[in-house]
Design a protein around this ligand. Sequence first.
Ligand code: FES
Ligand code: MG
Length: 574
Amino acid sequence: MDSKKYPFRRSQAWFGRNDKDGFVHRSWIKNQGYPHDELDGRPVIGICNTWSELTPCNGHFRELAEFVKRGVYEAGGFPLEFPVMSLGETQLRPTAMLFRNLASMDVEESIRGNPIDGVVLLMGCDKTTPSLLMGAASCDLPTIGISGGPMLNGKFRGKDIGSGTGVWQMSEMVRAGEMTQADFTAAESDMHRSKGNCMTMGTASTMASMVEALGMSLPENAAIPAADTRRNRLAQMSGRRIVEMVEQDMKMSKILTREAFENAIRTNAAIGGSTNAVIHLIAIAGRMGIKLNLEDWDTLGAQVPCLLNLQPSGKYLMEDFYYAGGLPAVMREIQNLLHTEALTANGKTIGENIASAPCYNREVIKTPDEPFMKDAGIAVLRGNLAPNGAVIKPSAASAHLMQHRGRAVVFENIEDLHARIDSDDLDVDENCVMVLKNCGPRGYPGMAEVGNMPLPPKVLKKGITDMVRISDGRMSGTAYGTVVLHTSPEAAAGGPLALVQNGDMIELDVAGRRIHLEVSDEVLAERRKLWVAPEAPKRGYQKLYVETVQQAHLGADLDFLVGGSGAGIPRDSH
Ligand code: FES
Ligand code: MG
């Protein structure tokens, strides 16, 4: 190797040796047809790929990786693509979230154990983004993110329909007798008609926006549709850029600072982003050694206006968002709330990146003076029902329910809900508060997206479309409603939610940030004596998960994964 041309790199601890180990590391790689000089000390770029046919949102990632490789080669690097566990939101049971931390371990160990100098993260479907960021953060090599991009707008019988959001709407219409089963089935083929991830501002698009707001990607990463070749161009440019980042030793920790996370929280409010971002950003920050907590969401985000008129909070979809100017246009509008000096992956500050970002459609991207919604950031609730907090997304809730007092209708778990929700005997009306237990990190396990419980048909038939709902679960970023989520501690950990009974009165006061169960401490203490913890899994990953997972307000990471171990060179393998 030419040591003047290429300074010592991490990958040279594998490829730069003349002994038996160097032979082994080089020779087997060469079976893929690489010439000897490919291993001469140029930056080796690992392309961490979550491609899988079982993760349809990431089904185009083999192709996307080819564009990254073009860029890496152009800049003088050597790209090597590798797979990691891919989490498909729509197929994985009991919930993809159960495996976010497992996938992050796969990512972390795959990076650290291999001859890699810099990393490109290919992310799309909901959990693939946080799992890759978490794993890479625990290694802290130079890293750039590329999202797969949203699908083209769903088109059903002349109208736009949005991923997820349209499913929730239409399934309630079927339950209310307003849509036929045949029409409902027909919509399946029309909602998802191109490659990409959910095209509402659900969790995937929220997290792609967080990648960009954090500075972990090139500008425009959030919104370019997957089917638009400008996405491929972004991938190629990112491939070029990661080689420079290695040469500049621009590690993840130079980008993922406290300021970057604060920018992300504020941006999340401005886009009406998913409540899932709360848990994921806290977990990613934890890997970086940055303490982010629920209060940060309230103090930083709550007063930020929502500027985006996108489903599930509004009308439009991601394709419209990109054509309107995309995330840079939103961030420019709130730049006085941002740490504009925060560094981003292209080597410029976020302020430089957004300085002249144009907006082409004010129907889609509003201004702080005339926002889509005021004070729209995620609100953190506390009270005797959630001593460690719960969250609600005001932009997706109903104004008339933000202050509400109602009688609890309790479901012990998701099976109980499914068994009774459609029954005429269920004693419920629109003023009740629906309570669902045992859907938290330990309880489900994995904290499933079941918090937006379906409404009872007898309520739906009156034309009612929202009720107050409370659980220790999450909800899909594509969902909506006056839904209190992430209640901590969760029921399965003995949180007060476990003690709620039918007929108890519950008060929700979003402006006052309060969630209160009107039952005395004495009565709750009596009920606690009778409470029995649900049975825990006995083997395998689920056992490890339940024994070590942290509560939602801490990010639901496994306790022993918080923090990082860097990317020191492991011992010889032979
Ligand atoms: Fe994959 Fe929505 S299901 S992004
Ligand atoms: Mg989802």
